[in-house]
Design a binder for this molecule. Structure first.
Ligand code: ACM
Length: 778
């Protein structure tokens, strides 16, 4: 639905900055998808299997009475998981029978098979289907494949076939940030279920950050007693009636962590804990101030961005970290322990005489080498405990022990360098693998960075760089999607961000490179949507909705309506108020319609509607004179930090969302028809500036204010030169948080032209945002 949440009251807004500023050059240039096109013989499976052979012979019809056979504890366990998954995916409820019959479905664990650590074989013909594997993990993945074949619209009809399957990569991961926002155990388990269904096998759990320490450590109880609560910025952190602080808290007890690990292990998912050092450490330092470098006390932070607070470099702090890791490795059986290492701006270390003295003591020539000294120390500790260190690619700076594994997030160059030097690498570049980025240009996206990382871009990511020498390619362990949660207050948003993009990650992680085909993937995706619906996975609607670009001809009283949908599925529409069905007219070229008009449109694949409701647009001569920030472009210029920000209140429930460029609050109406337009009305609001941008803050530019509180300037389409109109801004907006500014346009402004609206002045700690821009006729 083309709806937009607009609260009338806006007092304070909180910003959510999705971490580092380094990779902002991320282009908004996802390859335009061609749309769905099934390859010959394609089966509705995601990820696509390595090898499928269709056989002559009768199909096997699975019904509720079809027996499921399994011998031995492990095979019976997998058979049980299969029947549960199939039922949850919308397929029939089957019963397990111990032993082996001649008809039905059979699971066979046979260690003599050459199916590898995670591979399996699936054979089906008229009287049954058999899954065989050498390992329980392989059998489990065969069960996942069979469940997909029998659900998602297949009606339980299994063609005669042979599948020989095994994954391309051993690391097929998802990182979840439980520090910025906290997820319940139940939510985490549902994510693990969805991962397993897609054959993902690594859950990287980001448990500590500036805004919260979320893991119980018995030896240091204040880490959670103090470090697990923050006071959300602005309205969200206050009781609306009393004004009292409303903390946002949450941590996982060690018992709960064991429960998550066991739940994941049953689904063949390893859980990798992350304890982030030496930066992203504010919550820990708030709990134990002696770990930091400052004399002033800190609190877990309520703002987003990059902060200067680092662990200090005392021996006692290293000991603390080792003690924490000792509890971590006692809990987590995984081979890898993640120690972060990202975004540790070294200002505090540079300013601290004690750190400088310690650097001389340990022989570190600069702060990078000091960080490297710490990482090596933790690496040695982990090695002694038979674990391996993994960290973000910054750990390469200042030197790295050869056993360390690098997670490449600032693009793939760090991963390329690390693999070339012989380190193992997991690729998770911010440009392709960050699920906190928006996935479409739709109004209906949740907050996040408005630079989009659409499904096609995620799908197109290739983890093995072309430039990597052949003999080093085995160092690429795989890939990982990262889900940072500054913007992700709810489980609904988390699901929106993860699905369907996680399916693309899963396919890249599992399927052979030559089997990956985006158009075919799109043809397989609608079956997966049906499974997700059955499983209760609330995948993002936006990729399956219809967007409208309208162009009005005010003199003729008509609008030309161009429809698009992000993934190029078939679009059908109605303009007469009737519901859109698979029989409605199919959209191909822009429609010219007299105003007013109600347009409804929806996407379909093989007659199946893909979104839960049709998109609906009501257009009139009046509505076409207004645009909101979302429908406007950002102004040209330097330093683009585009964010999609939400109001900081209410504490629970819906909040207004705005698109802003915090480096340049300026919006552009392209091709505005300004003939006969006398004035512009701009509804604007003021929001707080809740960012820490570290060394990037000076990049923020302000057009200088020319009066006490700055101005709203209306400029030409290049947003330069003498303003066409100017309105002085008040100190504050009105009681509802908004103000409507009225600017008279000179008569010389006519025809069709671009109009730019910008706010001047350094208004920190607040800034102006544009809500709507309305053209007012003479
Ligand atoms: C990261 O995004 N700072 C790893």
């Amino acid at each position: 639905m083309h709806t937009r949440t607009r609260r009338t009251s806006l007092s304070l807004l909180s910003f959510a900055l999705a971490l580092s500023l380094a990779p902002l050059a991320h282009a908004n240039d996802a390859q335009a998808p061609d749309g769905p096109r099934a390859l010959p013989g394609s089966l509705p499976l995601i990820p696509a299997p390595a090898k499928v052979e269709r056989l002559d012979g009768a199909a096997f019809n699975v019904r509720a009475s079809t027996p499921v056979w399994a011998s031995g504890e492990a095979a019976q366990r997998v058979a049980g998981q299969f029947t549960t998954l199939l039922r949850n995916s919308g397929g029939p409820a089957l019963q397990i029978t111990p032993g082996r019959g001649t008809h039905g479905i059979a699971f066979v664990l046979d260690p003599s098979l050459k199916t590898g650590a995670e591979g399996y074989q699936l054979r089906s013909q008229g009287n049954g289907a058999t899954v065989r594997a050498a390992t329980e993990a392989g059998l489990f993945y065969g069960a996942a494949t069979l469940s997909q074949l029998l659900s998602g619209g297949s009606n339980g009809v299994l063609p005669a076939l042979r599948i020989d399957d095994a994954p391309r990569f051993s690391w097929r991961g998802l990182m979840l940030d439980s520090a910025r926002h906290f997820q319940s155990l139940d939510e985490i388990k549902r994510v693990l279920d969805a991962m397993a269904e897609q054959k993902l096998n690594t859950f990287h759990w980001h448990l500590t950050d500036d805004q919260g320490w979320r893991m119980e450590i018995k030896r240091y109880p204040k880490l959670t007693a103090v470090g697990s609560c923050r006071i959300p910025a602005g309205d969200g952190g206050r009781d609306p009636v009393t004004g009292a602080e409303r903390p946002y808290c949450g941590f996982y007890t060690q018992d709960q962590i064991r429960e998550v690990i066991a739940y994941a292990a049953a689904r063949h998912i390893q859980v990798i804990p992350e304890i982030d050092v030496p930066g992203h450490a504010t919550a820990a330092i708030a709990a134990y101030p002696e770990l930091g470098t400052l004399d002033t006390p800190l609190k877990p932070l309520s703002e987003w961005g990059v902060f200067p607070n680092l662990f200090n470099t005392e021996e006692s702090t290293f000991q603390f970290l080792e003690n924490v890791l000792e509890e971590v490795i006692t809990l987590f059986p995984a081979k890898y322990v993640h120690v972060g290492g990202d975004e540790a701006v070294k200002d505090q270390w540079e300013a601290s005489a004690r750190v400088q003295a310690r650097m001389r003591e340990v022989g570190a020539g600069n702060e990078m080498e000091m960080q490297s000294h710490l990482i090596k120390r933790l690496e040695t500790f982990l090695e002694q405990h038979h674990r391996r260190l993994i960290g973000w690619d910054e750990i390469l700076e200042g030197g790295l022990p050869p056993e360390a594994t690098v997670m490449s997030w600032r693009g793939t160059d760090g991963g390329l360098k690390a693999a070339s030097e012989g380190h193992d690498v997991v690729m998770s570049p911010v440009t392709d693998m960050y699920m906190d980025y928006l996935q479409t240009p739709s109004d209906n996206e949740p907050p996040g960075r408005p630079l989009t990382t659409p499904l096609g871009r995620v799908y197109g990511f290739e983890p093995v760089p072309d430039a990597l020498a052949r003999d080093k390619q085995q160092h690429i362990l795989g890939l990982q999607a990262n889900m940072f949660t500054e913007h992700t207050r709810s489980y609904a948003r988390l699901q929106h961000n993860l699905f369907p993009r996680l399916a693309a990650v899963a396919e890249t992680g599992w399927s052979p490179r030559e089997r990956r085909d985006y158009a075919d993937f799109l043809a397989r995706l609608p079956s997966q949507l049906q499974r997700w619906q059955a499983m209760g996975v609330a995948y993002a609607q936006t990729p399956f909705q219809v967007e409208l670009d309208s162009h009005d001809d005010r003199k003729a009283g008509t609008a030309t309506l161009a429809l698009r949908t992000p993934l190029n599925y078939e679009v059908r529409y109605s303009t007469d108020g009737s519901p859109v069905t698979a029989q409605s007219p199919r959209y191909s070229t822009p429609l010219t319609q007299p105003l007013p008009v109600t347009l409804q449109a929806a996407t379909f694949f093989n007659g199946q509607p893909l979104a839960s409701a049709a998109s609906r647009f009501e257009l009139s001569a009046t509505s076409l004179l207004s645009r909101n920030d979302q429908q406007l472009a950002m102004c040209p210029g330097e330093g683009k930090l585009l964010l999609r920000l939400e109001d900081d209140g209410p504490a629970d429930g819906e909040r207004a969302i705005f698109n802003v460029n915090i480096f340049n609050p300026c919006w552009l109406w392209k091709d505005a028809d300004v003939d006969g337009i006398a004035r512009l009305h701009v509804r604007a609001g003021q929001i707080p500036y809740y960012f820490q941008l570290a060394h990037d803050e000076p990049q923020r530019t302000f057009s200088p204010a020319r009066s006490a509180h700055g101005e709203m300037d209306v400029l030409n389409g290049r947003c330069d030169g003498t303003p066409l109109a100017t309105v002085k801004l008040p100190a504050k907006p009105g009681a509802d948080g908004f103000i409507t500014l009225d600017a008279a346009l000179p008569r010389s402004v006519k025809g069709t032209q671009d109009l730019c609206v910008r706010f001047t002045g350094d208004t920190r700690p607040t800034m102006w945002v544009l809500d709507t821009l309305t053209l007012v006729p003479r």
